[in-house]
Each structure stands twice: as structure tokens, then as C-alpha cells.
Design a protein around this ligand. Structure first.
Ligand code: 4AD
Ligand code: MG
Length: 431
């Protein structure tokens, strides 16, 4: 007898299998039980017909409460209406644990606060499950993309002695009597590794003590940060667009059922092919002004601005050459116009906002020292980073892709808190 998962059920059409899972929902009449089963890999309907099973089996099904765990033996049959394409004609049911009555996530509508409070259970429902499975696919796609291109995965520390991205927004911790911080970005460490390995990427959690309550901000999120020696501004954008195209392709290929559960319009995703359009910051400002926005050169874009710009395109768009003053100290100013940097943000379509920030890095020692001084950064803490410009410095570039923003966009979900297993937001550190 084959024990299988719902995900792989198609291989067993016309055969008997064993499924190990949970009861998501149940409908019964006197002669038939419809068991909505889930096993983590998918959802499927099990049909228990009184006339075709022993009395024990039929009676046992009556005792099954929502979320009881059970194993089921039955025949796999095609069913074109089902998301999985199949159903199970059940022969045997073995309860493993009868769940207590009063399961919190009953099958009616609930408010999001209640669902977040019960995130440990909410994860079991089809949409949340689909989102996190797509997240897993994206995770794997990213690792594969970089691995295939010879990048080395380097894990930067999570506890850091200094601000890496900006001096506000830091979570401070007591490190044996000294101040230390939870990392905002692994970038500076990735730069060190790029000088040792050429092409590297880091992939880890990052922390920002931002008091934002938007649909796009988490206080703990995951970032992919490639860093590449001998790669300039142009080369940097090329890797980004190829990576995004690859990720989308993988999800479209391998997560069809999940995209269907989420009712995602995949035609918009199918259009996401490199190269991506570009607009300079300066031209984007003009676009906004022509569109009636009160917006001055030097200001940072808010969500409505990003959305307005993104709506002009049906692919993600690079906004390039931001004002130097707006961006982090390490970004390389454009030699032709030092007022702007050789960097870009990638803005996703459909109002999902910035998913990537990246740039060429300053590789000249004198210029870096000047920037550190201008920004009043404590130089002694950055000595190791400055060393990279003392010993075999080369032009190099990198970027950071926010994993959860990418998942939000690809899944088409309206709030970033649904895209990470246990979200950390301004008002929530539980569960
Ligand atoms: O633009 P950011 O701040 O760039 C960096 O941290 C660079 N050091 C990256 C690099 O060049 N290695 O952040 C990069 C991305 C953003 O584009 C966004 O997708 C995501 O990280 N991000 C957030 N995601 C969720 N919640 C937040 N609070 C985020 N802040 C940034
Ligand atoms: Mg940014």
C-alpha cells in the first residue's frame, strides 16, 4: 500500500493509497460523509459512502471534529472540479487525535487581528498555506539562481557593532555591557566576502525598528543580498532583472495550484521578462509633477508616488540615479554628476512598491572616508570596512531583495504580514 501526499496524488490515479493528515472540514448526510482533508502538501476531498465501508468506519467519521488528525485509506479518482484534480473514495479512516471542540478558526469569516493572534492555526488554512508554499518556492529559486551562477552563500552576523544602513531604526541589544544592534542589512559583510570570493550572496533575517504601520513594512524581514566584485551599475541591474524573471518563472511552473487557490491573475506575471524599463529619479519627478503631484527634486517617494510611476509600465521598473543625499553613505556617486548615485530601486507593478534597492559601491578610499566623516559615522567601528578599500579595492556592486515584498507581489496579497510565518510588526510579537 502506497503512503503518499496530496501533492503527489496524480501518480496514483485508480490505485489505493494512504494519506496522513488532518480534517479541515466535514459535511455529512445520513449516507455519505464528505471529508475535506489536508496533509500540508494540499487539500483533497475524501468521500465516505455508507454502503461501501464497514459500520465502524462510518460511525467513526461522525466523531471527527474540525482539525482532528487522521489517516485515510482510499481509492484515488479523477475529479476535474477539485483544485488538486482528484478525490479519494475512502475505505478506511483511523483517527489519530480527536481535536477538542471549539477550534478557534471556525470556517466563517474572521477579522485579521483575530487571525494574526491565532497565526499558529491560521497557517493551516488554504490561502495562508498557499502563500507560504510559494514563499518556499521563491526561497529555493533564489538559492538555485545564485548557486547556478557560481555565487557563494555567505552568512553575515545578525549581531552587529554598528549601523549598516542608517543610524535610526536600530534595535539595540545589551552585548555583555556593550551596545550592539540587530542587523539591518548584511551588505557590508557581503562586500568583505565579495573581495574574498568574487560573487557572493547573503540570505538572512534583517531588523528595522521602523514605527511604520503600512502594508509593506515588517520589523523583521528576510533579505537576499548579492555582492559582486568587478561588476558595475549596468551589470548590477542585469543580474536583478534576470533573477526576478527566473523567480517568477519558477513559481508559475511549480506552484500552479497555489496560485489558483489565491486566485492570482497569472497573465500579469507571465509578462515579467527581462529587460525591465528604467527611468531616472529626475525624470520620475517630472512625471509626478506632470501628473499633478506636488513633489520636489530631493524628496523621497511615498507609496502613492511609487504606484503612480509603476502604473506606467506592465513590468517592474528601475528608478535610477537617486539624489546622493537621499541614499546610504556607501553608494557610488555618478562621476558625470556626483549629485546622483549609480544605483536603482526596482518598483514592482500593481502597487506593490519597492522590492529591490541596490547600487555600485564606493571603492575609492578617500571618497569613502569623506562620506563617513560627512555622515558623522564612528570611523573606528568601520575600520574593517575601510580596509576593503586599502587592500585590492575594485569596483563592485550589489543589491537587496526583500523576500516578503516579493512574496506579496507574486501572490497578489494585500498585506505583507501574511507572507512570513510569524510576522513581527509594530503592534505584534505574539505568537
Ligand atoms: O533598500 P534597502 O534598505 O537596502 C538595503 O538594505 C541595502 N543594504 C541592500 C543592498 O544593497 N545589499 O532594503 C532592501 C529591500 C527593499 O527594497 C525592500 O524590498 C526590503 O528590503 N525592505 C523591507 N521589507 C519589509 N519590511 C521592511 N521594513 C523593509 N525595509 C526594506
Ligand atoms: Mg530602499
Amino acid at each position: 500500500m502506497n503512503s503518499t501526499t496530496i501533492e503527489n496524488i496524480s501518480k496514483y490515479e485508480g490505485q489505493e493509497v494512504i494519506l496522513k493528515g488532518w480534517l479541515y472540514n466535514k459535511r455529512s448526510s445520513g449516507k455519505i460523509h464528505f471529508l475535506q482533508l489536508r496533509d500540508g502538501s494540499g487539500f483533497i476531498q475524501g468521500v465516505v459512502v455508507k454502503a461501501e465501508v464497514s459500520e465502524d468506519v462510518f460511525e467513526n467519521c461522525k466523531k471527527l471534529t474540525q482539525e482532528s488528525s487522521l489517516t485515510v485509506k482510499g481509492l484515488v479518482q479523477k475529479d476535474d472540479r477539485a483544485p488538486s484534480g482528484y478525490e479519494i473514495l475512502v475505505k478506511e479512516v483511523t483517527p489519530v487525535h480527536i481535536a477538542e471542540e471549539g477550534y478557534p478558526i471556525s470556517l466563517k469569516e474572521h477579522g485579521t487581528d483575530f487571525l494574526m493572534e491565532n497565526r499558529h492555526l491560521w497557517m493551516r488554512t488554504p490561502k495562508q498555506n498557499a502563500i507560504l508554499r510559494i514563499r518556499d518556492e521563491i526561497n529555493l529559486a533564489i538559492r538555485q539562481f545564485f548557486h547556478d551562477r557560481g555565487f557563494v552563500l555567505i552568512e553575515p552576523p545578525i549581531i552587529t557593532p554598528s549601523a549598516c544602513e542608517g543610524t535610526t531604526e536600530l534595535f539595540e541589544i545589551d552585548y555583555f555591557g556593550e551596545n550592539a544592534y540587530l542587523s539591518q542589512t548584511g551588505q557590508l559583510y557581503a562586500e568583505a566576502a565579495a573581495m574574498a570570493f568574487g560573487n557572493v550572496y547573503s540570505f538572512g533575517p534583517t531588523f528595522r525598528a521602523e514605527k511604520s504601520k503600512t502594508r509593506k513594512h515588517l520589523n523583521e524581514f528576510w533579505m537576499i543580498e548579492p555582492e559582486m566584485a568587478y561588476v558595475d551599475f549596468e551589470g548590477n541591474l542585469k543580474v536583478q532583472e534576470e533573477m526576478v524573471e527566473y523567480i517568477i518563472g519558477r513559481v508559475l511552473e511549480n506552484r500552479k495550484i497555489e496560485l489558483k487557490i489565491l486566485q492570482r491573475d497569472t497573465t500579469v506575471l507571465e509578462k515579467i521578462k527581462a529587460p525591465f524599463p528604467r527611468i531616472t529619479y529626475t525624470d520620475a519627478v517630472k512625471l509626478l509633477q506632470d501628473g499633478g503631484f506636488e513633489f520636489q527634486w530631493g524628496e523621497d517617494f511615498g507609496a502613492p508616488h511609487e504606484t503612480y510611476i509603476a502604473e506606467k509600465y506592465d513590468k517592474p521598473v528601475f528608478i535610477t540615479h537617486f539624489p546622493t543625499k537621499m541614499k546610504a553613505f556607501y553608494m557610488q556617486p555618478d562621476p558625470n554628476n556626483p549629485e546622483v548615485i549609480l544605483g536603482a530601486d526596482l518598483i514592482a507593478p500593481e502597487g506593490y512598491g519597492e522590492i529591490i534597492g541596490g547600487s555600485e559601491r564606493i571603492h575609492d578610499l578617500e571618497l569613502l572616508l569623506k562620506k563617513i566623516e560627512e555622515e558623522n559615522l564612528p570611523r573606528e567601528i568601520y575600520e574593517w570596512y575601510i580596509d576593503l578599500r586599502r587592500y585590492g579595492s575594485v569596483p563592485h556592486s550589489g543589491f537587496g531583495l526583500g523576500l516578503e515584498r516579493t512574496v506579496s507581489w507574486i501572490c497578489g496579497v494585500d498585506h505583507i504580514r501574511q507572507t512570513i510565518p510569524f510576522a513581527r510588526t509594530l503592534n505584534r510579537v505574539y505568537p
